[in-house]
Design a protein around this ligand. Structure first.
Ligand code: SF4
Length: 336
């Protein structure tokens, strides 16, 4: 007689150790696991913060199908007014997780999976991984009883899968808190080599990035992904309610600024000196050309107290202006 097909589950895969262990536990229990990885404008698995890099390789190592879902405009919309507020930075973890589970739910329904798993550990993250928050996330994503957190399941109310006998509760974990000792032991048991370091959350948890993001959302009704990509590079200065200046800090950032410049933006560079590419963005940007030129010279290899030339470009129009290197006290008040 042919073997019965394996029951399916969907895993929210971040690429971190905990979600890999959750997958391994389910495979051990005889389930076929299909993974969903979520990208947002603030987490592209590639920022080097350890939460989700090498996601494709992780999925291959785990021998699971991987579906990547990008939450773009809807994520930005949510970030304007997250129902459950922000964490210590500008991280709307509860709303964010609810959106991620909602995406996983769609995949679960598409492939006829039984439930969803994630690597969440009770008490590991301050905002989204305590019991009430986990409950809220389930409710918001319409998945009450359908999310199993294998690493901590025995510390949480039984899910539908446990109640119906699809999975035995005694085979699930009781891990709590931030120490990773139990997970590292499990990694060894499951043969996971070079387990990744604990992820630090996405860019929105970074205090400096959070300040820049708050400033953007306070001044622009609906920021674009281009606006958000600019937040990831350079020094930022809020010049007035409508305009800001971004000054590159190295060659790569200068290239990025050039690549992100839009037709209305003003791009500045010192003509005869190595230095930053700067960008003025906003409705009043032409009023700030002189200041931006001086600040650009301040971060360039140009001597003080002399007049230098700065090249200016706006779309296809190119021109030059002269300026002196700015004194720090004249512009530092604008720094975000
Ligand atoms: S740290 Fe960032 S990606 Fe992770 S749940 Fe919070 S907001 Fe979402």
């Amino acid at each position: 007689m042919a073997d019965e097909p394996k029951k399916k589950v969907v895993a929210l895969l971040s690429g971190g150790l905990d979600s890999q262990l959750a997958v391994k536990m389910m495979q051990k229990e005889g389930f076929e696991v299909s993974a969903v990885a979520i990208k947002t404008p603030f987490c592209d698995f590639d920022c080097g913060r350890g939460c989700g890099f090498e996601i494709r390789e992780r999925a291959d190592d785990l021998n699971v199908n991987l579906k990547t879902v990008y939450l773009g405009d809807e994520y930005i919309e949510m970030l304007k007014h997250p129902k459950h507020g922000f964490g210590a930075g500008m991280n709307p973890c509860i709303d964010c997780r609810a959106m991620m589970f909602d995406a996983a739910k769609k995949h679960m329904e598409e492939i006829g999976a039984e439930f969803i798993i994630s690597g969440e550990v009770v008490g590991q993250r301050p905002m989204s991984q305590h019991r009430p928050a986990l409950k809220t996330i389930e409710k918001e994503s319409g998945l009450e009883g359908k999310i199993l957190r294998p690493l901590s399941a025995r510390l949480l109310p039984p899910t539908d899968a446990e109640k119906s006998g699809l999975i035995k509760r005694e085979n699930l974990g009781m891990i709590r808190g931030r120490t990773r000792r139990a997970q590292l032991d499990m990694a060894k048991e499951f043969g996971i080599e070079n387990p990744p370091n604990a992820g630090g959350g996405c860019l929105l948890t970074d205090p400096a990035f959070g300040l820049r993001a708050k400033d953007l959302f306070n001044h622009v009704e609906t920021p674009t992904t281009n606006d958000i990509d600019l937040l990831k590079i350079g020094r930022h200065f809020r010049l007035d309610k409508k305009t800001k200046l971004i000054v590159g800090r190295n060659h790569d950032e200068n290239n990025m600024i050039n690549a992100l410049a839009l037709p209305k933006d003003i791009v500045l560079e010192a003509k005869d000196h190595v230095g930053p590419t700067s960008l003025l963005r906003g409705d009043t940007c032409s009023e700030f050309k002189q200041l931006a030129a001086s600040v650009t010279l301040r971060y360039a290899d140009a001597s003080d107290c002399e007049i230098h030339t700065v090249k200016i470009r706006q779309n296809t129009l190119e021109s030059e202006i002269t300026a002196e290197s700015a004194k720090e006290e004249t512009y530092i008040k604008y720094r975000i």
